[in-house]
Design a protein. Sequence first.
Length: 344
Amino acid sequence: MQVGRGNAPLARHNVSCMSKTELILAVDIGGTKIAASLVTPAGEILSTLRTPMVAKKSAAAGFAAVRGAIEQVLRSSKSRTIRAIGISVPGWVDSRTGALISAANLPCWRNFPLAQKIETQFRLPVRVANDAKAAALAEAKWGAGRGHHNVFYATLGTGVGTGLVIGGRIYSGRRGPAGEGGHITIDFHGPRCGCGKFGCAEMYISGPAIARNAQQRLRNKSPKRSPLLKFAGGKIADVKAEHVVEAADAGDALAKEVLAEIAERLAIWLGNIIDLLEPEIIVIGGGLSGVVMNMLPQIRKHLRHWASSPGNERTPIVKAFYGAESSLTGAAALHFNIAKTKAP
């Protein structure tokens, strides 16, 4: 799920030849919105435009929405030098061509030649990557993973997305799908995931997973006066991950049990990651990153049993620097050579 239009840098647009005023136009496409920005060689986001994404209509309608966002940025930036366009998208990306193979959040596109169409439209070099992998590159280049040779990045929120950066490049495997850590099975007796497998990490450590866990416990115990239930307006079906966190902070025992289980599941998952990859640093982003950081002492305790490699307890686990803008910044990072670009 990595870089489109080839992995080799385009010589005339290589960052080592760029001046400080030459920018990348970065685009982050989601199921409901498009964010577009200009990003400097130092990883600074100059301004961000947000427009709606048309994801459930035709392929042409979806492309028109993206094209419109890019045109708006170009019109407002006539005095600036824009050398390339970088794009991050959810789902599966063919790393050789920059085509979006499929994405649950973008049903308008299937085997859609996104990089080719944008390159033809705007006559600029275009690279496309999966959003989590782009975010991993941004954090490795400019963010929390800066200075490390290999960086494992995970974004935890509605789903679980991951990326692995080795030596300044996204590891994409043969065609792009490599590094899909959210769909590692951590319990083969577990529920079926949307990907078709059973017991994926995403089914236990995402926001919806936390909500399902809490809802099930509430149904089993039927607590009429549960503080957690009050945070959700009294309806079990309305319990969300944020309600669980709020209730746990307020001292609710059931909510604390849910988060304690999540901490162990995270440790099981991260233990596998550490044993397999031994990354120099693990960077956590997404809406649940703050929750993970708060649970870090518990996760570390469980890691003693779920990571067998010597010294696993010394693997740094840190919060992402760019937060919600990691994928947007990562779209720009696709055009920069980490080894040659100075950190900010």
